[in-house]
Write a protein that binds this ligand. Structure first.
Ligand SMILES: *[C@@H]1O[C@H](CO)[C@@H](O)[C@H](O)[C@H]1NC(C)=O
Length: 375
């Protein structure tokens, strides 16, 4: 009863209000209809005003689109920064724990940094003092070992026994790993190595001559030198390939090193057997070397990137290591060139497949401790 009366009163009020507005409009409208100006002049005025209004609206909306775009880019940059900062903190905590030192947490910020550095050096030296071969050879194929990361995304095979099942694999492998010396893990075969990543930021520099002055130059996948010599140099000693289909150009003088982890190895063997003699040298990393590379990022991410494989390889065989073109922020930023030779972007979610953030902080720590130099 109460509800019904309230509704009806509200209705009455609305009705009255509308009636009042209509009367007001009629009164307001009357001066215009009474004007003595010709109708044509009013029409022109209305069109002009309408045009100005439209132009103003278009200007305002394009301006707001511009602001929106800028905000998006800003947000992307902020997210990248926050991600890196979070990684740094995580690293400190983990390294602190590895030290077994609650003392790390007890001390101030400075001693924290020092403890982190010393601990990192111990850890890195231990990783470098390893007998894990870099290149897969007939010698390691005979091994009874199982892979330390076998059955994962990094290496699908479980053991060397799985590899022996691949027909003719032994026929295409070298007798032994030529990049390391058995029994002498700390012996470095080469004096200087340049590892050249594919970052678009290389176009903002002129490292061509510096790269070519190295004894060994390592490049990756489809990296081009032709037309980019002033930025990346001419020379290529080893090309690291992440797929059995990628090939090194015949007569290029490069050796291709494929990072095979699964049955693609069968296609790789067939490819070598069907190619004419005297072609480029085709090698593959020892699966255990991929496990070893993954250990450098503490087995985070699905698998280490080809870039990290190349850098660890260089650390194992070179006395002095310089790395160029490893600026990943370019790779994931929308407003800079991802590769120096093309505009191909990583597929969405790719930054999760490879632990890029961890890799970047690893390179920074390696540089800080003098293991390599980041250019
Ligand atoms: C390297 O490791 C071996 C054991 O595998 C050890 O005897 C040797 O002292 C280590 N060398 C260095 C420099 O740490």
């Amino acid at each position: 009863m109460f509800k019904a009366s309230k509704t009806s009163s509200a209705h009455t009020h609305t009705h009255l209000h509308l009636h009042y507005d209509a009367v007001a409009q009629r009164k307001k409208g009357s001066p215009i209809s009474n004007m003595h100006r010709p109708h044509a002049q009013f029409g022109q005025w209305a069109i002009r005003t309408g045009f100005y209004l439209l132009a103003a609206a278009a200007f305002v909306s394009s301006l707001s689109l511009l602001v929106l775009r800028y905000r998006t880019l800003e947000a992307e940059e902020a997210a990248w920064g926050a991600w890196k900062a979070a990684e740094g903190r995580d690293e400190t905590i983990r390294l602190g724990n590895a030290l077994g030192a609650s003392s790390v947490a007890d001390h101030g910020h400075d001693s924290d940094a020092i403890a982190k550095g010393e601990n990192f050096k111990l850890w890195a030296d231990q990783l470098l003092n390893t007998s894990v071969p870099v290149i897969m050879s007939k010698r390691t194929l005979r091994s009874k070992e199982v892979f330390s990361c076998g059955g994962s995304h990094v290496v699908k095979f479980k053991s060397y026994k799985d590899l022996r099942a691949i027909t003719h694999l032994a026929d295409v492998l070298p007798e032994r790993d030529l990049l390391t010396t058995p029994g002498k893990p700390l012996h470095k075969k080469y004096k200087t190595c340049a590892v050249v990543g594919n970052s678009g930021s290389l176009l903002e520099t002129q490292y061509g001559d510096a790269v070519d002055s190295h004894e060994v130059v390592i490049r990756f996948n489809a990296a081009k030198t032709e037309g980019y010599e002033q930025f990346v140099g001419y020379k290529t000693t080893f090309r690291i390939l992440n797929s059995a289909e990628l090939k090194v150009a015949r007569d290029s003088g490069e050796a291709g090193i494929t990072t095979l982890r699964n049955n693609d190895m069968k296609d790789w063997v067939k490819g070598i057997q069907s190619s004419p003699a005297g072609g480029p040298v085709a090698l593959t990393t020892d699966p255990e070397f991929l496990c070893h590379t993954w250990a450098w990022v503490r087995n985070r991410g699905d698998k280490p990137s080809s870039g990290l494989v190349g850098i660890v390889m260089a650390l194992r065989m070179c006395q002095k290591v310089d790395i160029y073109g490893f600026q990943y922020s370019n790779y994931f930023s929308r407003y800079s060139r991802p590769h120096y030779y093309d505009w191909e972007r990583p597929k969405k979610g790719r930054e999760k497949v490879h632990p890029f953030n961890r890799e970047v902080s690893l390179y920074a720590q390696l540089a800080k401790q003098g293991y390599l130099k980041v250019w």
